[in-house]
Write a protein that binds this ligand. Sequence first.
Ligand code: SIN
Ligand code: MN
Length: 260
Amino acid sequence: MQLTADQLIQFDEQGFLFFPDWFRPDEVSVLRREAERVYGLKREEVVIESSGVPRTAFAAHTYNEGFRRLGAHPRLIGPVVQILGEDVYVHQFKINAKAAFDGEVWQWHQDFGTWHRDDEMPEPRAMNIAVFLDDVTAANGPLLFIPGSHKCGVLPAGHDVETTSYPLWTLDRETVGNLADTAGIEAPTGKRGSVIMFHSNLVHASPPNISPFGRTIVYLSLCAVSNHIRRFKRTEWRAHRDFSAIQPLADDCLQELDRA
Ligand code: SIN
Ligand code: MN
């Protein structure tokens, strides 16, 4: 799967691309079932909100076969390799729940800001892929992006270890206000099975989920192999140390799971 010239231009300008219905309903069903299994595990990688609902499950590609396959899916890996121009490895893998009524905020941040400061990833040669396992609407806490903000480099940030159960380097209101005054804010929404690819320096956030609808999204954070992290301060399942290039699987690898 290769991106078109128009998509490459759009990615360069906006810092993200939206792919509606990238996975079929049968593929999404497999992943939704496996996500429930993962959230039911008593593992340290499954982080809980203060209200008791799951917030995120890290590294499921290392202990769940469905997510192992998603982490090497050619429809996800192909476009990232094309843009970064070299093989990639999994830096981080999360299944973010944002549960109905209780799912909490993700403050304004750049992912590379955390990876650079905490993990000493040298350059923003890394990409996020978001796979919707629920329909994402204006109501259930969609991702918010400031288009073009990936071109700003690493912005000043403070380390927030209090607001949520996940420590994050977050941007201050003045910085976000100035960027959004010029570029506005976009919130790509769509059906389960849709995918967003976004630059590791793109400024983003998401509001709490006050709706009765869950909003599970899987995030693959993929890094160019030559750009691997240099510092191992964070636990392995938050910042992986296996820098082997992902070998993409067959396109039907998810539908084949139940036949294996
Ligand atoms: C993230 O920024 O890493 C997660 C945001 C979200 O799931 O809403
Ligand atoms: Mn993020």
